[in-house]
Design a protein around this ligand. Structure first.
Ligand code: SF4
Ligand code: SF4
Length: 347
């Protein structure tokens, strides 16, 4: 099917149409930054951007969420009050292909296998993903090291492409095709298809050269006891910025809070970069230093996840590279892993 199209100066009308159907999330200005949030007015959406500091993962996996509320009653101590799952129809508009692809990992972690997370599942099933291809990949982007790229449609329901003065919209899933049918947009003409193809080619020219990540899990196999982790982690501040801003990081903690007449069970993001993340009630900490925490971050993303669910825990968005206050660069870490492995094999 030929792509559909709408003019960029019709963006507000397009957003208003989506808002009439779903609860819409998109990049909007909030607190002096551009971030994914629920859209309040159609004209606040910004699609002309490189990428947001914070990923859109909070739409499907909120930073803090109530899992249950419970009441304290004389007859039924801690009676559970069901918390409704978020099944309201939603859409995320304008997220980058790397962020759309991060949901494929979440699907494996929260939505497949023996343990299904009903909170994530309810949100995922009711959310449509309208990804926007990247015309200006940043020097820190390395999605292509994972066999992906700035025009990858994996994880999206609809892929939008810049075509100069218009956006082209192409269905990727059945859900996406159904929405496009309903919207009744015009079909793309030859001139816009040509312009979109030129912009796509130019985007690929901007990608920096990088070694493919594939196979890094084998390089990591013998490096658990390596001195490398102490070297890498030496300047880390344990601030957690890299994990909070990562679209694929999904570790969380759960706590029960006492409130008047009952309480609530709350799930919140947590970070393997924090000293207390693995602290046992006994006082023992199996990851007692930043070296073992950095090892966990790398091993989890690049060895355990590919072994356990068949996907890396990184999509190459470059956020941790851009935002680390001490300029720790995950691409350099992967390079050091390969060097370390090579020197082990030689010796
Ligand atoms: S952002 Fe940098 S300093 Fe902060 S925890 Fe991550 S690696 Fe360490
Ligand atoms: S590890 Fe860094 S580059 Fe990879 S997905 Fe997370 S934030 Fe992006």
């Amino acid at each position: 099917m030929e792509p559909f199209l709408f003019a960029k100066d019709q963006l507000s009308e397009f957003v208003a149409e989506l808002m009439s159907r779903v609860r819409l999330y998109a990049p909007v200005p909030r607190d002096q930054e551009l971030r994914f949030d629920e859209v309040k007015t159609p004209d606040e959406v910004v699609l002309d951007y490189r990428n947001t500091t914070k990923p859109p993962k909070m739409v499907l996996f909120p930073q803090t969420e109530r899992m249950i509320a419970f009441a304290q009653e004389r007859e039924h101590f801690n009676k559970v009050l069901q918390v409704p799952f978020d099944e309201q129809p939603k859409a995320i508009l304008g997220l980058r292909p790397c962020d759309a692809r991060s949901f494929l990992l979440f699907d494996k972690v929260f939505g497949a296998g023996k343990y299904i997370d009903p909170y994530y599942q309810a949100r995922r099933k009711s959310t449509l993903i309208l990804a926007l291809a990247c015309t200006h990949p940043r020097p820190t982007c390395f999605c292509h090291a994972f066999g992906s790229g700035p025009y990858d449609s994996e994880g999206a329901d609809i892929l939008m492409r810049d075509a100069g003065d218009a956006y082209l919209l192409e269905a990727v899933s059945e859900k996406g095709a159904a929405l496009l049918e309903e919207l009744g947009l015009a079909q793309a003409d030859q001139a816009h298809l040509q312009k979109a193809a030129e912009l796509e080619e130019a985007a690929y020219q901007k990608l920096v050269e990088i070694e493919p990540v594939e196979g890094i899990e084998r390089d990591l196999e013998d490096l658990f006891e390596s001195e490398l982790w102490a070297e890498i982690s030496e300047k880390c501040l344990a601030c957690g910025t890299c994990t909070y801003n990562c679209p694929t990081c999904h570790c969380f903690t759960i706590e029960d809070r006492v409130l008047s007449g009952g309480g609530e069970r709350v799930r919140s993001w947590d970070s393997c970069m924090y000293p207390y993340f693995t602290l046992h009630a006994s006082g023992h900490n199996p990851r007692p230093d930043q070296a073992s925490r950095w090892r966990q971050r790398v091993m989890h993303k690049f060895e355990y996840l590919p072994h356990n669910v068949g996907l890396y825990g990184c999509v190459g968005c470059g956020r941790c590279v851009v935002n680390c206050p001490v300029l720790l660069d995950i691409r350099q870490v992967l390079r050091r892993v390969r060097q370390e492995r090579a020197s082990k094999v030689e010796s």
